[in-house]
Ligand binder design. Structure first.
Ligand SMILES: [Zn+2]
Length: 163
């Protein structure tokens, strides 16, 4: 499978994307921001949206109910910590937590609700697809990459501090 990363470069995914992110065989923009016992934190692979974070399980499991007790605990702590960092640094006013079980590898997104999303599209959750398409089409700018990179660095630094 060939995917286009957030900078517009085509990347070949040989097996499972989740596995390739956690084992480092594909590069993600900004790098791995936190490498826990059971989960990793990174900027979303495809979307040039500041603070759009993906949390991926290290084990190749599909569903939320497949997680062990220890994994559940780390996941909650990682989600909480990541949201706290985004919140305290005013990356967006609100966030959605998105968990979709259609892929074969467990992951969860933190989706920031930026003011431009609300202004252009109204309700964010209802308009995820057009928002993502808009970002891919219009937000691959140097200025936006710098912003995303700064947020990545911030998340990396803050996770190191208190975790
Ligand atoms: Zn996998």
């Amino acid at each position: 499978m060939i995917l286009t990363n957030l900078q517009g470069k085509e990347v070949e995914i040989k097996n499972c994307m989740g596995c390739e992110i956690v084992n480092g065989s594909i590069d993600v923009f900004g790098g791995i921001l936190y490498n826990g016992s059971y989960f990793t934190v990174a900027q979303d692979f495809e979307l040039p949206i500041d603070g759009f974070i993906i949390i991926t399980s290290k084990r190749h499991v599909k569903k939320f109910v497949d997680l062990t007790k220890d994994e559940q605990m780390e996941l909650t702590a990682v989600v909480h910590k990541a949201l706290k960092i985004l919140e305290e640094n005013n990356i967006a006013e609100e966030y959605n937590i998105i968990l979709e079980e259609k892929s074969s590898h467990f992951h969860l997104w933190l989706m920031p609700c930026h003011s431009w999303m609300k202004e252009k599209f109204g309700r964010v959750l209802k308009n995820i697809k057009p928002i993502q398409e808009y970002a891919i089409k219009n937000m691959k700018t140097q200025e936006n990459f710098e912003k995303i990179k700064n947020t990545c660095e911030l998340i990396k630094k803050e996770f190191k501090k208190l975790f």
